[in-house]
Ligand binder design. Sequence first.
Ligand SMILES: [Zn+2]
Length: 255
Amino acid sequence: MIVFSIALFIIGIFVGSFLNVVIDRLPRKEGFVTGRSHCDLCGHTLAWYDLVPLLSYALLLGKCRYCKKFIGYEYPLVELTTGILFCIIPLLYPAIPMLSLLDTLFIFSIFVVIFYTDLWYGIIPDITLLLGIVALIPIFVMHPTLLLSSVLSGVVACLFFLALFLGTRGRGMGFGDVKLALLLGLLLGYPRIIVSLYIAFLTGAGIALILILWRKKKLRGDTIPFGPFLILGAVLGLLFGNFLWELLTVYVLHL
Ligand SMILES: [Zn+2]
């Protein structure tokens, strides 16, 4: 299982390398057929050995081989995130069926794109939400009994965020968050969606407070994208949902 996890980590950083291209280009609505093949800073064409995920970055100490400027931490960060998310699944669930594993890898890839496009560009591309709906199909084929709970969770989560969106006139939440809440409700179902939203609001409020105290953000005006927190909650909900639900109900809410 360790060998399988290491293999998935390596596949993950290569998928992450592709997701970098998607994250780069989706917010600008460019096509991504050709891929990242030249340096963003000097335009020099990159060789295959400049494009090995994580490894090229580490060997070149984060600098472009040709212009020696810092490439930035974004590319290796996306690759590392994807690699870790990929390899963690079989470690936690050694008996996971292949179809569930592949579907979860697909869902996590979509999550990585949403997390970083919203964090860096304040955008949740509609195509990622559509692909998320596609990822639901294998889940419902394997577990048709989950359909009702999923649809209800999706509708309730969506209405809750719609109320927040309308109540704050779009300043607290973007409409992208409303659509994302629908997808996450469908993906997670009850009670995991509750756990996920709880984590999202808790971490979101925590980070917002820290940024305000550091005076990085003003209390009004500047907004912090909420999508990354929703995604963080969803990943933890998918991986540890039932355990966290028990923690939440027994130790936090004392039910
Ligand atoms: Zn360069």
